[in-house]
Design a protein around this ligand. Sequence first.
Ligand SMILES: [Zn+2]
Ligand SMILES: [Zn+2]
Length: 394
Amino acid sequence: MSSNLLDSARSIEPRIVDVRRTIHSHPEMGFEEEQTSTLVRARLRDLGIPFKAGLAKTGVVAQIKGELGDGPCVLLRADMDALPIEERSGAPFASEVPGVMHACGHDAHTAMLLGAAELILDRKSTFAGTVKLMFQPAEEGGGGALRMIEEGALTDPQPDAAFMLHVWPDLDVGQVSCGPGPQLAGADAFTITVKGRGGHGARPHETIDPVVVGAQIVLATQSLVSREVDPTVPAVVTLAAFNAGTVSNVIPDRAVLKGTIRAFDDKLFAHLEERVREVATGVARALRADLDIEFEMSYPPSVCDAAMAQHLGTSAGDLLGADSVLVSKPEMGAEDFAFVLQRVPGAMLWLGVKNPAWPQPKPVHTATFDIDESALPIGSSAMAAVALDYLKRR
Ligand SMILES: [Zn+2]
Ligand SMILES: [Zn+2]
Protein backbone atom coordinates (compact mmCIF):
# COMPACT_ATOMS: atom_id res chain seq x y z
CA MET A 1 0.00 0.00 0.00
CA SER A 2 2.65 2.47 1.08
CA SER A 3 4.95 2.37 -1.95
CA ASN A 4 1.80 2.77 -4.04
CA LEU A 5 1.05 5.94 -2.11
CA LEU A 6 4.46 7.38 -2.92
CA ASP A 7 4.03 6.43 -6.60
CA SER A 8 0.58 8.02 -6.62
CA ALA A 9 1.99 11.16 -5.03
CA ARG A 10 4.72 11.35 -7.66
CA SER A 11 2.08 11.03 -10.39
CA ILE A 12 0.38 14.20 -9.04
CA GLU A 13 3.68 15.98 -8.31
CA PRO A 14 3.24 18.61 -11.06
CA ARG A 15 -0.05 19.67 -9.48
CA ILE A 16 1.44 19.89 -5.96
CA VAL A 17 4.40 21.91 -7.31
CA ASP A 18 2.06 24.21 -9.22
CA VAL A 19 -0.05 24.93 -6.11
CA ARG A 20 3.09 25.54 -4.03
CA ARG A 21 4.50 27.99 -6.58
CA THR A 22 1.20 29.84 -6.96
CA ILE A 23 0.99 30.32 -3.19
CA HIS A 24 4.71 31.12 -2.99
CA SER A 25 4.47 33.99 -5.46
CA HIS A 26 1.45 35.45 -3.60
CA PRO A 27 2.43 35.26 0.08
CA GLU A 28 0.02 36.67 2.67
CA MET A 29 0.59 37.56 6.33
CA GLY A 30 -1.27 35.99 9.26
CA PHE A 31 -5.09 36.33 9.21
CA GLU A 32 -4.79 37.92 5.73
CA GLU A 33 -4.53 34.65 3.75
CA GLU A 34 -7.53 35.52 1.52
CA GLN A 35 -6.11 34.37 -1.83
CA THR A 36 -4.52 31.29 -0.29
CA SER A 37 -7.77 30.34 1.43
CA THR A 38 -9.68 30.91 -1.83
CA LEU A 39 -7.24 28.62 -3.62
CA VAL A 40 -7.64 25.92 -0.93
CA ARG A 41 -11.44 26.13 -1.11
CA ALA A 42 -11.43 26.01 -4.94
CA ARG A 43 -9.23 22.92 -4.91
CA LEU A 44 -11.42 21.18 -2.28
CA ARG A 45 -14.52 22.05 -4.33
CA ASP A 46 -12.90 20.58 -7.48
CA LEU A 47 -12.19 17.39 -5.56
CA GLY A 48 -15.73 17.29 -4.13
CA ILE A 49 -14.49 17.39 -0.52
CA PRO A 50 -16.95 19.14 1.85
CA PHE A 51 -15.48 21.90 4.00
CA LYS A 52 -16.26 24.70 6.43
CA ALA A 53 -14.56 28.04 5.79
CA GLY A 54 -14.20 31.28 7.71
CA LEU A 55 -12.80 29.85 10.95
CA ALA A 56 -10.31 32.37 12.38
CA LYS A 57 -11.08 34.51 9.28
CA THR A 58 -9.28 32.51 6.58
CA GLY A 59 -9.11 29.00 8.09
CA VAL A 60 -10.70 26.01 6.38
CA VAL A 61 -11.67 22.61 7.84
CA ALA A 62 -12.48 19.80 5.40
CA GLN A 63 -13.59 16.21 5.97
CA ILE A 64 -13.07 13.04 3.98
CA LYS A 65 -15.26 10.20 5.23
CA GLY A 66 -14.28 6.59 4.59
CA GLU A 67 -16.80 4.37 2.83
CA LEU A 68 -16.42 1.52 5.32
CA GLY A 69 -18.57 3.30 7.87
CA ASP A 70 -18.08 5.12 11.14
CA GLY A 71 -14.74 5.06 12.89
CA PRO A 72 -12.19 7.33 14.54
CA CYS A 73 -11.19 10.75 13.27
CA VAL A 74 -7.64 11.75 12.42
CA LEU A 75 -6.66 15.38 11.85
CA LEU A 76 -3.96 16.59 9.45
CA ARG A 77 -2.93 20.23 9.68
CA ALA A 78 -1.21 22.74 7.39
CA ASP A 79 -0.46 26.41 8.01
CA MET A 80 -0.87 29.08 5.32
CA ASP A 81 0.81 32.32 6.45
CA ALA A 82 4.01 34.05 5.29
CA LEU A 83 6.64 36.24 6.97
CA PRO A 84 7.63 39.93 6.71
CA ILE A 85 10.85 39.25 4.75
CA GLU A 86 11.94 40.59 1.34
CA GLU A 87 12.64 37.50 -0.77
CA ARG A 88 16.09 37.08 -2.35
CA SER A 89 15.84 33.41 -3.37
CA GLY A 90 16.16 34.22 -7.08
CA ALA A 91 13.45 31.65 -7.85
CA PRO A 92 11.38 32.31 -11.00
CA PHE A 93 8.25 32.00 -8.84
CA ALA A 94 9.60 34.31 -6.10
CA SER A 95 7.27 36.55 -4.09
CA GLU A 96 5.48 39.25 -6.06
CA VAL A 97 4.57 41.03 -2.83
CA PRO A 98 7.23 43.48 -1.59
CA GLY A 99 8.42 42.68 1.92
CA VAL A 100 6.43 39.43 2.29
CA MET A 101 7.81 35.96 1.72
CA HIS A 102 6.98 32.33 2.34
CA ALA A 103 10.24 31.81 4.24
CA CYS A 104 8.99 29.05 6.54
CA GLY A 105 7.59 26.70 3.88
CA HIS A 106 3.92 27.14 4.78
CA ASP A 107 3.21 27.42 1.03
CA ALA A 108 4.61 23.90 0.69
CA HIS A 109 2.64 22.67 3.73
CA THR A 110 -0.64 23.86 2.20
CA ALA A 111 0.20 22.38 -1.21
CA MET A 112 1.26 19.06 0.34
CA LEU A 113 -1.92 18.77 2.40
CA LEU A 114 -4.03 19.38 -0.72
CA GLY A 115 -1.98 16.63 -2.41
CA ALA A 116 -2.59 14.33 0.57
CA ALA A 117 -6.33 15.09 0.33
CA GLU A 118 -6.33 13.80 -3.24
CA LEU A 119 -4.46 10.62 -2.26
CA ILE A 120 -6.81 9.93 0.68
CA LEU A 121 -9.91 10.63 -1.41
CA ASP A 122 -8.77 8.07 -4.01
CA ARG A 123 -8.64 5.50 -1.20
CA LYS A 124 -11.87 6.31 0.62
CA SER A 125 -13.26 2.85 -0.14
CA THR A 126 -10.48 1.35 2.02
CA PHE A 127 -11.13 2.90 5.44
CA ALA A 128 -13.72 3.59 8.12
CA GLY A 129 -13.82 6.92 9.95
CA THR A 130 -12.89 10.45 9.00
CA VAL A 131 -9.83 12.36 7.91
CA LYS A 132 -10.11 15.99 8.92
CA LEU A 133 -7.97 18.55 7.11
CA MET A 134 -7.16 21.79 8.93
CA PHE A 135 -5.78 24.72 6.90
CA GLN A 136 -4.93 27.39 9.44
CA PRO A 137 -3.96 31.06 9.33
CA ALA A 138 -1.36 32.91 11.39
CA GLU A 139 1.06 30.30 12.72
CA GLU A 140 3.88 32.84 12.91
CA GLY A 141 2.92 34.49 16.20
CA GLY A 142 -0.79 35.03 15.73
CA GLY A 143 -1.97 31.78 17.27
CA GLY A 144 -4.26 30.94 14.34
CA ALA A 145 -4.59 27.34 15.53
CA LEU A 146 -5.94 28.43 18.92
CA ARG A 147 -8.49 30.71 17.29
CA MET A 148 -9.63 27.92 14.96
CA ILE A 149 -9.98 25.61 17.96
CA GLU A 150 -12.05 28.28 19.79
CA GLU A 151 -14.24 28.47 16.67
CA GLY A 152 -14.87 24.73 16.61
CA ALA A 153 -12.10 23.17 14.50
CA LEU A 154 -11.77 20.23 16.90
CA THR A 155 -15.48 19.43 17.26
CA ASP A 156 -17.96 17.50 15.16
CA PRO A 157 -16.18 15.15 15.02
CA GLN A 158 -13.50 15.50 17.65
CA PRO A 159 -10.19 14.08 16.36
CA ASP A 160 -8.68 11.03 18.09
CA ALA A 161 -5.24 11.75 16.65
CA ALA A 162 -3.53 14.76 15.03
CA PHE A 163 -0.47 15.10 12.81
CA MET A 164 1.40 17.87 11.00
CA LEU A 165 4.59 18.13 9.05
CA HIS A 166 7.08 20.95 8.72
CA VAL A 167 9.78 21.36 6.09
CA TRP A 168 13.21 20.95 7.68
CA PRO A 169 16.26 22.34 5.83
CA ASP A 170 18.74 20.46 8.04
CA LEU A 171 17.60 17.14 6.53
CA ASP A 172 18.24 15.95 2.98
CA VAL A 173 15.32 15.25 0.66
CA GLY A 174 14.16 11.70 1.35
CA GLN A 175 14.87 11.92 5.07
CA VAL A 176 12.28 12.65 7.74
CA SER A 177 12.37 12.74 11.52
CA CYS A 178 9.99 12.61 14.44
CA GLY A 179 10.12 11.90 18.14
CA PRO A 180 8.11 11.54 21.34
CA GLY A 181 7.69 14.09 24.11
CA PRO A 182 8.58 17.78 23.97
CA GLN A 183 9.73 18.62 20.44
CA LEU A 184 9.44 22.41 20.41
CA ALA A 185 9.62 24.86 23.28
CA GLY A 186 6.96 27.05 24.74
CA ALA A 187 7.51 30.64 23.63
CA ASP A 188 6.22 34.08 24.33
CA ALA A 189 7.07 37.55 23.18
CA PHE A 190 7.29 40.59 25.42
CA THR A 191 7.73 44.32 24.98
CA ILE A 192 9.36 46.52 27.61
CA THR A 193 8.89 50.27 27.42
CA VAL A 194 11.33 52.22 29.60
CA LYS A 195 10.01 55.70 30.31
CA GLY A 196 12.65 58.20 31.39
CA ARG A 197 13.13 61.92 30.90
CA GLY A 198 14.82 63.23 27.77
CA GLY A 199 17.23 66.11 27.49
CA HIS A 200 20.52 67.41 26.08
CA GLY A 201 23.23 64.79 25.62
CA ALA A 202 25.65 67.13 27.38
CA ARG A 203 23.39 67.54 30.47
CA PRO A 204 22.72 63.92 31.48
CA HIS A 205 22.21 64.89 35.13
CA GLU A 206 18.97 66.62 34.15
CA THR A 207 17.60 63.50 32.48
CA ILE A 208 16.56 59.97 33.33
CA ASP A 209 18.34 58.20 30.50
CA PRO A 210 16.23 55.26 29.20
CA VAL A 211 19.13 54.01 27.03
CA VAL A 212 21.27 53.34 30.11
CA VAL A 213 18.31 51.81 31.96
CA GLY A 214 17.48 49.61 28.94
CA ALA A 215 21.09 48.46 28.64
CA GLN A 216 21.09 47.40 32.31
CA ILE A 217 17.83 45.52 31.76
CA VAL A 218 19.39 43.61 28.82
CA LEU A 219 22.34 42.58 30.97
CA ALA A 220 20.36 41.84 34.13
CA THR A 221 17.88 39.56 32.33
CA GLN A 222 20.78 37.60 30.79
CA SER A 223 21.71 36.31 34.21
CA LEU A 224 18.29 34.65 34.70
CA VAL A 225 19.13 31.61 32.57
CA SER A 226 22.77 31.40 33.65
CA ARG A 227 22.14 31.87 37.43
CA GLU A 228 18.55 30.78 38.13
CA VAL A 229 17.92 27.81 35.81
CA ASP A 230 19.29 24.30 36.32
CA PRO A 231 22.11 24.09 33.72
CA THR A 232 20.82 20.71 32.51
CA VAL A 233 17.41 22.20 31.63
CA PRO A 234 17.00 24.13 28.35
CA ALA A 235 15.81 27.74 28.55
CA VAL A 236 16.31 30.94 26.55
CA VAL A 237 15.82 34.62 27.32
CA THR A 238 16.59 36.75 24.26
CA LEU A 239 16.28 40.51 23.94
CA ALA A 240 16.21 40.86 20.17
CA ALA A 241 15.19 44.50 19.65
CA PHE A 242 16.30 47.71 21.40
CA ASN A 243 15.01 50.94 19.94
CA ALA A 244 15.75 54.36 21.41
CA GLY A 245 16.85 57.78 20.24
CA THR A 246 17.77 59.10 16.82
CA VAL A 247 20.80 61.38 17.12
CA SER A 248 24.03 61.53 19.10
CA ASN A 249 23.30 64.54 21.31
CA VAL A 250 19.70 64.07 22.42
CA ILE A 251 18.83 61.72 25.27
CA PRO A 252 15.43 60.29 24.36
CA ASP A 253 12.57 59.97 26.82
CA ARG A 254 11.87 56.31 26.17
CA ALA A 255 13.41 53.04 25.01
CA VAL A 256 11.49 50.03 23.68
CA LEU A 257 12.93 46.53 24.06
CA LYS A 258 11.47 43.34 22.61
CA GLY A 259 12.33 39.81 23.58
CA THR A 260 11.27 36.21 23.83
CA ILE A 261 11.33 33.51 26.52
CA ARG A 262 11.65 29.82 25.58
CA ALA A 263 11.38 26.74 27.79
CA PHE A 264 9.87 23.26 27.77
CA ASP A 265 8.74 23.15 31.37
CA ASP A 266 5.53 25.07 32.16
CA LYS A 267 6.64 25.98 35.69
CA LEU A 268 10.03 27.19 34.50
CA PHE A 269 8.36 29.16 31.74
CA ALA A 270 6.08 30.89 34.26
CA HIS A 271 9.06 31.50 36.56
CA LEU A 272 11.08 33.16 33.80
CA GLU A 273 8.13 35.38 32.83
CA GLU A 274 7.75 36.50 36.42
CA ARG A 275 11.49 37.06 36.87
CA VAL A 276 11.88 39.05 33.60
CA ARG A 277 9.05 41.26 34.86
CA GLU A 278 10.56 41.62 38.36
CA VAL A 279 14.13 42.23 37.21
CA ALA A 280 13.17 44.75 34.52
CA THR A 281 10.84 46.60 36.90
CA GLY A 282 13.41 46.52 39.71
CA VAL A 283 16.25 47.83 37.52
CA ALA A 284 14.04 50.65 36.21
CA ARG A 285 12.93 51.60 39.72
CA ALA A 286 16.51 51.61 41.01
CA LEU A 287 17.52 53.95 38.20
CA ARG A 288 14.47 56.26 38.63
CA ALA A 289 12.68 55.27 35.42
CA ASP A 290 9.12 54.02 34.91
CA LEU A 291 8.49 50.82 33.03
CA ASP A 292 5.69 49.00 31.21
CA ILE A 293 6.06 45.36 30.32
CA GLU A 294 3.57 43.51 28.15
CA PHE A 295 3.55 39.82 27.39
CA GLU A 296 1.98 39.01 24.05
CA MET A 297 0.71 35.78 22.49
CA SER A 298 2.30 32.81 24.18
CA TYR A 299 2.65 29.32 22.67
CA PRO A 300 2.85 26.28 24.95
CA PRO A 301 5.53 23.63 24.39
CA SER A 302 4.75 21.17 21.57
CA VAL A 303 4.58 17.82 23.33
CA CYS A 304 4.18 14.80 21.07
CA ASP A 305 2.34 11.72 22.32
CA ALA A 306 4.72 8.74 22.54
CA ALA A 307 2.33 6.27 20.86
CA MET A 308 1.45 8.74 18.09
CA ALA A 309 5.12 9.55 17.47
CA GLN A 310 5.81 5.85 17.17
CA HIS A 311 2.86 5.39 14.80
CA LEU A 312 4.12 8.30 12.69
CA GLY A 313 7.66 6.90 12.57
CA THR A 314 6.44 3.41 11.63
CA SER A 315 4.15 4.77 8.94
CA ALA A 316 6.93 6.94 7.47
CA GLY A 317 9.33 4.00 7.66
CA ASP A 318 6.92 1.76 5.71
CA LEU A 319 6.67 4.48 3.09
CA LEU A 320 10.31 5.59 2.77
CA GLY A 321 12.36 2.79 4.34
CA ALA A 322 13.23 2.65 8.02
CA ASP A 323 16.73 4.09 7.36
CA SER A 324 15.16 7.33 6.13
CA VAL A 325 13.38 7.99 9.42
CA LEU A 326 15.52 9.67 12.09
CA VAL A 327 14.68 10.46 15.71
CA SER A 328 14.31 14.22 16.06
CA LYS A 329 15.81 16.12 18.96
CA PRO A 330 14.04 18.99 20.70
CA GLU A 331 14.47 22.52 19.34
CA MET A 332 13.85 25.88 21.04
CA GLY A 333 11.61 27.02 18.17
CA ALA A 334 7.85 27.03 18.74
CA GLU A 335 4.71 25.99 16.87
CA ASP A 336 1.08 26.80 17.49
CA PHE A 337 0.21 23.17 16.66
CA ALA A 338 1.06 22.94 20.37
CA PHE A 339 -2.53 24.10 21.05
CA VAL A 340 -3.81 21.07 19.11
CA LEU A 341 -1.36 18.77 20.91
CA GLN A 342 -2.70 20.03 24.27
CA ARG A 343 -6.13 18.66 23.33
CA VAL A 344 -5.49 15.72 20.97
CA PRO A 345 -2.70 13.12 21.13
CA GLY A 346 -0.51 13.73 18.11
CA ALA A 347 2.95 14.05 16.60
CA MET A 348 4.99 16.19 14.20
CA LEU A 349 7.02 15.10 11.18
CA TRP A 350 10.10 17.02 10.03
CA LEU A 351 10.42 16.70 6.26
CA GLY A 352 13.88 16.89 4.68
CA VAL A 353 13.94 19.57 1.95
CA LYS A 354 17.67 20.16 1.46
CA ASN A 355 19.25 19.33 -1.86
CA PRO A 356 22.64 17.85 -0.88
CA ALA A 357 24.25 19.54 -3.92
CA TRP A 358 23.45 23.06 -2.66
CA PRO A 359 26.69 24.89 -1.76
CA GLN A 360 24.97 26.93 0.98
CA PRO A 361 22.27 25.99 3.48
CA LYS A 362 18.90 27.70 2.94
CA PRO A 363 17.47 28.03 6.45
CA VAL A 364 13.89 28.97 7.31
CA HIS A 365 13.14 32.60 8.19
CA THR A 366 15.84 33.92 5.82
CA ALA A 367 15.52 35.82 2.52
CA THR A 368 17.24 33.02 0.60
CA PHE A 369 15.15 30.15 2.02
CA ASP A 370 14.07 27.55 -0.55
CA ILE A 371 13.21 23.87 -0.71
CA ASP A 372 14.03 21.05 -3.10
CA GLU A 373 10.55 20.50 -4.52
CA SER A 374 11.10 16.76 -4.99
CA ALA A 375 10.27 16.63 -1.26
CA LEU A 376 6.67 17.66 -1.97
CA PRO A 377 5.30 14.25 -3.07
CA ILE A 378 7.15 12.67 -0.14
CA GLY A 379 5.39 15.02 2.27
CA SER A 380 1.97 14.48 0.68
CA SER A 381 2.30 10.70 0.77
CA ALA A 382 3.67 10.74 4.34
CA MET A 383 0.65 12.72 5.57
CA ALA A 384 -1.78 10.49 3.65
CA ALA A 385 -0.02 7.36 4.93
CA VAL A 386 -0.07 8.34 8.59
CA ALA A 387 -3.80 9.06 8.44
CA LEU A 388 -4.76 5.96 6.45
CA ASP A 389 -2.55 3.69 8.54
CA TYR A 390 -4.08 5.11 11.72
CA LEU A 391 -7.64 4.46 10.54
CA LYS A 392 -6.82 0.99 9.23
CA ARG A 393 -5.00 -0.12 12.37
CA ARG A 394 -7.91 0.74 14.62
ZN1 LIG B 1 8.34 29.89 10.95
ZN1 LIG C 1 6.75 27.30 10.11
